[in-house]
Design a protein around this ligand. Structure first.
Ligand SMILES: O=C(NC1CCCCC1)[C@H](C1CCCCC1)n1c(-c2ccc(-c3ccccc3)s2)nc2ccccc21
Length: 233
């Protein structure tokens, strides 16, 4: 059985990505707000648009720190950001949801989200995803690399130079695969399970526009940035 070893360059790549991921955290903690009180559907929608707007800004900063990203064709940089913004949001939401919380808090948080205004039909796929992420107990290195891998998906709509994106995604996949083998030696399928989450994430992508327009309230106001990213209004 060959000894898996992370090279010096791979250590450096991982360090850059993890530091960028930790540096660009969401400002205020939405979970704390939701646990404090039950908001109205309008307030929840506003909270989501505020959180999402700041998360997109955070995502752009994180992405700029992915080695090689800024040397991609500019239109392709936009296509990758646009193609991954919603997935990054759900991934981050899943990580917020799966955080260790005092007894009973996760149930309260789930209840508040169920009553936030999102229509019923999206709850099952969304919470299935959150729970499948929670079961993985991902380390922050794995979270950071998985987010970078999702952003560097070559077959996003409108990407022209897919090979250039593959050349950036492959080293991330390599170091994540090695990390999974080293951190979860008794779980040889762990890496495959991580990548399976990215496939599940794409299915949530389909729902996002409908989730927003079906939010139980009348006029849905979005920030200009979200109109760009979310294909709404
Ligand atoms: O604020 C939030 N998420 C932040 C986004 C940025 C990154 C940090 C997390 C919302 C709140 C839900 C309840 C009402 C207020 C907003 N949230 C969701 C989402 C459900 C549906 C979502 C969505 C996204 C895009 C399009 C259509 C729908 S996000 N899942 C959560 C799990 C745990 C904590 C918060 C969570």
């Amino acid at each position: 059985k060959e000894k898996v070893k992370i090279t010096k360059e791979q250590q450096a790549l991982m360090k850059v990505v993890v530091e960028a991921y930790n540096r660009h955290q969401i400002p205020q903690d939405v979970a704390k707000k939701l646990l404090q009180e039950q908001y109205s559907e309008e307030e929840n929608f506003l909270l989501l648009t505020e959180m999402a707007t700041s998360q997109v800004q955070v995502l752009v900063e994180f992405t700029k720190n992915i080695p090689g990203f800024l040397s991609l064709n500019h239109e392709d940089q936009i296509a990758l950001l646009k193609g991954s913004a919603v997935e990054a949001m759900f991934l981050r939401s899943a990580q917020v949801f799966s955080r260790k919380m005092p007894n009973g808090h996760t149930e309260v948080l789930e209840e508040r989200i169920r009553k936030s205004g999102i229509s019923e039909e999206f709850m099952t796929p969304m919470f299935n995803f959150y729970k499948s992420i929670g079961e993985l107990h991902m380390m922050q290195e794995e979270q950071a690399l998985l987010t970078a891998i999702a952003i560097l998906t070559p077959d996003r709509p409108y990407v022209k130079d897919q090979q250039a994106v593959e050349r950036l995604q492959e080293p991330m996949l390599d170091v994540l695969r090695k990390l999974c083998v080293l951190q979860h030696p008794q779980e040889p399928q762990y890496f495959a399970r991580l990548l399976g989450r990215l496939t599940e994430l794409r299915t949530l992508n389909h729902y996002h526009a409908e989730m927003l327009t079906s939010w139980r309230m009348n006029d849905h106001k979005f920030t200009p940035l979200l109109c760009e990213i979310w294909d709404v209004e």
